[in-house]
Design a protein around this ligand. Structure first.
Ligand SMILES: Nc1ncnc2c1ncn2[C@@H]1O[C@H](COP(=O)(O)OP(=O)(O)OP(=O)(O)O)[C@@H](O)[C@H]1O
Length: 298
C-alpha cells in the first residue's frame, strides 16, 4: 500500500501541497486528478524521495522510499519520459537501469511487452513522445514492482496505445500491484480507476471510490420560471434542496420532476422548462475544483 500522510511542501514560502493524505491500496488503480499546477507531480516526487516535504510523509508498505533496499523491485515510476538519455538505444536504457539496480536484464521481453520490439536499437532521441512513454513504462516495470507511480502516462499515446496501457494496468492490478496514475482528465481515469483522488491548489478536495463518486451524480430537476424565489421556497418546504441560477433557473435535488410539477401547480407558479438531469463525473470533478458553481452552469 502507498500511503500519503499529511504531506505538505512549500517552495520559497509558497505552499505547493498542503496536508495531502490518501492511500493507494494493493491491487487497485487510484486515479490522481487535478488541473495543471495542482500539485500531482510534486506529491509523486515527494513519495519517490526526489524532493523533501516539510511535513508529513509518504510510505510504501510503511517504509520511506529512501529506506527501500532495492527500490526498483518495490516501486516503479514514470514521471517524465523526457528524462530518458537521448543518446542511448532503447535496449541500452533498460540494460543500464537493470545493471544499476541489480535486477536481471530482460530488455527483449520488456520491449516486446511495451510494443517497442522493432525499436530496440533506435536511439531514445529518435523516438516519438508516445514511444518514449512506452519505454518509460518498461523502465518502471523492470524490477517487477508491487507499487507503480505513473505521472500522466497516457500523454502522447495514440488511441491504440491508450487501450494497450489500460489493459496492461488492469493486468498488473490483477497481480496485486497498487497503481497511482495521474491525469488532468477525470473521464480518462473513470475508464480504469477504482478510486479517484482529486487535488486542487495543493489540497485534496475529493477522495472516494468511483462508485461513490458516481452516486453523487444522482438525478436532479432543472426548472425555469419567472418566480424562482417562490419555487425554491416551496420545494425547500418539501425537504428538497434548491439552488438558483441565472435566467430564473432553479436546480432542485430531492424531488422527482413529477413532484416539482405538483409543487409548482399547487403554488400557481408557471414553469417554462422542466427537465431531469444527472451530473456526470466531470461535473462532480469540476464542482470539486471550484470550476463549476451549480448556480452559474446549470
Ligand atoms: N521547483 C519548483 N519551484 C517553484 N515552484 C514549483 C517547483 N515545482 C513545482 N512548482 C509549482 O508547484 C505547483 C504544483 O506543480 P506540480 O508540477 O506538482 O503540478 P501538477 O498538478 O503536476 O501540474 P501539471 O498537470 O501541469 O503537471 C505549480 O504551481 C508549480 O509551478
Amino acid at each position: 500500500m502507498i500511503t500519503f500522510e499529511n504531506v505538505s511542501k512549500a517552495i520559497g514560502g509558497r505552499a505547493i501541497i498542503e496536508d495531502v493524505s490518501f492511500v493507494v491500496p494493493d491491487g487497485s488503480i487510484t486515479g490522481f486528478v487535478g488541473p495543471n499546477g495542482a500539485g500531482k507531480s510534486t506529491s509523486m516526487r515527494v513519495a519517490l524521495g526526489l524532493t523533501a516535504a516539510q511535513r508529513g510523509q509518504a510510505r510504501f508498505d510503511g517504509r520511506h522510499y529512501r529506506d527501500l533496499r532495492a527500490p526498483l523491485r518495490e516501486v516503479g515510476s514514470l514521471l517524465d519520459a523526457r528524462w530518458l538519455m537521448p543518446n542511448l538505444r532503447a535496449r541500452d536504457v533498460l540494460d543500464y537501469c537493470a545493471r544499476t539496480q541489480g535486477v536481471s536484464p530482460r530488455s527483449t521481453s520488456l520491449l516486446a511487452l511495451v510494443g517497442l520490439a522493432d525499436a530496440a536499437e533506435r536511439r531514445v532521441g529518435q523516438l516519438s513522445l508516445g514511444m518514449r512513454q512506452r519505454l518509460g513504462i518498461a523502465v518502471a516495470l523492470i524490477g517487477s514492482p508491487r507499487h507503480l507511480i505513473l505521472d500522466e502516462p497516457l500523454n502522447g499515446l495514440d488511441p491504440t496505445g491508450i487501450a494497450w496501457l489500460r489493459d496492461l494496468l488492469r493486468q498488473l492490478r490483477g497481480e496485486g500491484v497498487g497503481i497511482l496514475l495521474s491525469s488532468h482528465i477525470v473521464s480518462e481515469l473513470a475508464l480504469i480507476a477504482d478510486n479517484i483522488v482529486v487535488i486542487s491548489k495543493g489540497r485534496i478536495v475529493l477522495d472516494g471510490t468511483l462508485e461513490a463518486l458516481a452516486a453523487q451524480g444522482r438525478p436532479h430537476v432543472l426548472v425555469r420560471t419567472d418566480r424562482p424565489d417562490d419555487l425554491a421556497a416551496a420545494t425547500h418546504a418539501r425537504g428538497a434542496t434548491a439552488a438558483q441560477g441565472a435566467d430564473g433557473r432553479v436546480v432542485i435535488s430531492g424531488l422527482t420532476a413529477r413532484e416539482v410539477f405538483q409543487v409548482a401547480a399547487h403554488q400557481g407558479i408557471a414553469l417554462d422548462e422542466l427537465t431531469t438531469r444527472q451530473r456526470s463525473l466531470d461535473d462532480i470533478y469540476r464542482d470539486a475544483i471550484g470550476e463549476m458553481p451549480l448556480q452559474e452552469d446549470e
